[in-house]
Design a protein around this ligand. Structure first.
Ligand SMILES: *Cc1c(COP(=O)(O)O)cnc(C)c1O
Length: 395
């Protein structure tokens, strides 16, 4: 079928399902698998990824913001939804109304949640976040017991979980490994202190994808996997690469919308940063930084055309960029261009793009803009499409 898209992303939900099974198999039956679908599932589509993750064995869905949880509830997801980020007191009503599990770390939050719970006549399952060394959200370990007491004094709040987050679980150095252990030990110390103070808290968690793969001793009751769920290997290029077989779910495709030979001395794109030194066949790819394709790829990135690499020349614009196809004489108008994914025996993975621009792979897909329609594949067939306009949902 010819797809009615200029540029689009394909999400292979079979890959997502396989990743969930691989992770679940790795952690074993006693550990809950939390599928992290914040930021629209790192650009893959929060609702679709959540549905397939739950079908394939994930136990919890994890988001960053309450509004992300609301999107999932409205789509009919009934599994536990845990919110990692900071919730403002004004969001308490929404958290309780939609049965989301909040992260808590200050008094204003727990007071507002308790009031909202009274109003709804519900119990709220909160998770206390401990800052063991990431220096981001949470209370310090030394404040944990006092804060837990404050939570337990408020009606309708139940401390269901206590957790922390590692900062260097994917880093190879011995020093970083020691740091991760230090963070984990701090959390275990909090566990001892809370136990001594009489608290019985059922769910403890620490691991992101990297820690889940690397440190089975740290799995505790629940692991929170995002990057691995989408098929990115946190250890790519390191010894641990491939420890768990993961399949990238996302492919990014476009078309060549102009193919022309430009004479010697022709300037290409804004700023004239590229000038041809010989007659050059140049193709235009209609994807730009307005789609979340980084401008930093100017004169650096490449795409696949007819199974060969075509380098980006000149600057990436908001809506398109140019590639040199002189060495691909068969390249023709409306040929498919692969920006992320495979074509022939060539492959570009999101990590390649991350390396070119010096960022983390999660950024590459999570910034893909809503105007890139998402096409969902399952069981080798097109399940549905989702785009900015009604017409993009053609199935
Ligand atoms: C994003 C996030 C995760 C998931 O991390 P990955 O490395 O993508 O698996 C887990 N926990 C917290 C607190 C996060 O912010």
């Amino acid at each position: 079928m010819e797809l009615p898209f200029l540029s689009w992303a394909e999400i292979d939900l079979d890959a997502t399902a396989a990743n969930v099974r691989a992770l679940k198999n790795h952690v074993g039956p006693g550990v809950l698998l939390g599928a992290v679908v914040k930021a629209n599932a790192y650009g893959h589509g929060a609702v679709e990824v959540s549905e397939v993750a739950l079908e394939s064995g994930a136990d919890w869905i994890i988001v960053n913001r309450s509004i992300e949880g609301v999107e999932l509830r409205r789509a009919g997801i009934t599994a536990p939804v845990f919110v990692l980020g900071h919730t403002m007191p004004v969001e308490a009503d929404r958290m309780v109304g939609y049965d989301l599990r909040p992260t808590v770390m200050n008094l204003a939050q727990i007071e507002s949640l308790s009031q909202a719970a009274e109003k709804h006549g519900k119990t709220v399952h909160v998770h206390i976040k401990i800052d063991t060394g990431l220096g981001r959200l949470g209370v310090f370990p030394a404040e944990a017991v006092e804060f837990a007491r404050a939570v337990s004094r408020l009606p309708r709040l139940v401390i269901e979980g206590v957790y922390s987050h590692p900062s260097v679980a994917d880093e190879p150095s011995a020093d970083d490994v020691a740091y991760t252990w230090m963070q984990f030990e701090r959390l275990m110390h909090v566990r001892d202190e809370l136990k001594k103070a009489g608290f019985e808290i059922p769910i403890w968690h620490f691991c992101n994808s990297a820690a889940t793969i690397r440190f089975p001793e740290m799995h505790l009751s629940l692991v929170r996997c995002g990057t691995s769920l989408h098929g990115f290997d946190p250890f790519i290029g390191q010894e641990l690469a491939g420890a768990i077989a993961l399949r990238p779910a996302l492919t990014l495709k476009s078309h060549l919308v102009r193919v022309a030979t430009h004479p010697t001395g022709s300037a290409v794109s804004y700023g004239r940063t590229y000038v041809t030194v010989a007659p050059t066949r140049i193709a235009v790819v209609p994807v730009g930084y307005g789609d979340g394709y980084r401008r930093a790829l100017s004169n650096k990135g490449y795409v696949l055309v007819r199974g060969k690499r075509a380098p980006i020349i000149g600057r990436v614009c908001m809506d398109q960029f140019m590639v040199d196809v002189t060495h691909i004489p068969e390249a023709a108008l409306y040929d498919e261009a692969v920006l992320i994914g495979s074509q022939g025996d060539q492959r570009i993975i999101s990590e390649d793009i991350a390396n070119l621009v010096g960022t983390h792979v999660n950024e590459v897909t999570s910034i893909l803009a809503p105007r890139i329609p998402r096409l969902y594949l399952k069981g080798g067939r097109i399940l549905k499409s989702k785009g900015l306009a009604e017409e993009d949902s053609f199935i």
